[in-house]
Design a protein around this ligand. Structure first.
Ligand SMILES: [Ca+2]
Ligand SMILES: [Ca+2]
Length: 237
């Protein structure tokens, strides 16, 4: 069995040429060469640390891809208020789009307990857009080989963006990458510039109120308002 890296780095990144005076904290953990069945102790620990930090920015939701149809869909809704846009070629099952199988720990694989699905984009990118804005993003990245040379671009609501490079060096297995940002952003794009086949799963993003919840809330306010008005009307009689 390969030795596990037990690196959990928490680093403050200075914005590179950004107009935003934001502070980005990055949380990573790597389980070099870990099997697809787990465990991924360092990644799991990094996820826990990241989730705790993210909680100060609001409620979160977990994208597991388990409810997504298997196959390559260039645009889909991953969760309430969260859309995903893929670029790059479709190499088929186990490589591109949503897969429910894996070719092994040098490729993308599922990390959801009791699940099977994960998202891959071997030579392209995945852009996550948030309707309600966000201050944090985290995900398991599986099957990375040697070096995660890919870039992470954060798009802000005013149209500006900044790019960060994350130092992850493994040969297969699982890693976790999460970050918090004191400035609200509207999208995160993970670009695979190394043409390495890998995947992401269990993505933690900000929760947004569902339309149904908003409708119920408005209906509730309407009922309360109506009762108050009727009460006032009766008093006038
Ligand atoms: Ca999954
Ligand atoms: Ca790989």
């Amino acid at each position: 069995m390969r030795s596990m890296k037990t690196v959990i780095a928490v680093a403050a990144f200075a914005a590179l040429g950004s107009a935003h005076a934001s502070t980005i904290n990055i949380y990573t953990g790597s389980d070099d060469g870990a099997p697809v069945a787990g465990p991924w102790a360092s990644s799991t620990a990094a996820e826990a640390t990241f989730t705790a930090a993210a909680s100060s920015f609001g409620l979160s939701q977990l994208i597991t891809f388990e409810s997504q149809p298997v196959g390559y869909n260039a645009n889909f809704t991953a969760a309430p208020g969260v859309t995903v846009a893929l670029t790059g070629a479709n190499y088929g099952a186990g490589l591109s789009g949503v897969s429910n199988t894996t070719l092994g720990n040098l490729y993308g694989f599922n990390v959801t307990s009791g699940g099977a699905n994960w998202l891959g984009f071997p030579n392209g990118s995945a852009k996550f857009s948030f309707a309600g804005g966000a201050n944090f993003f985290g995900a398991y990245i599986t099957g990375v080989q040697r070096e995660f040379t890919s870039s992470l671009t954060i798009g802000f609501n005013d149209g500006s963006s900044q790019t960060v490079f994350v130092p992850i060096n493994v040969n297969g297995g699982a890693t976790y990458l999460g970050f918090t940002d004191t400035s609200s952003f509207n999208s995160v794009t993970i670009s695979n510039i190394s043409n390495d086949a890998w995947g992401i799963d269990n993505v933690t993003v900000a929760a947004v109120p569902e339309p149904a919840s908003i409708a119920l809330l408005l209906a509730g306010l309407g009922v309360v308002g109506g009762v108050a008005r009727r009460g006032a009307a009766r008093k006038e009689k």
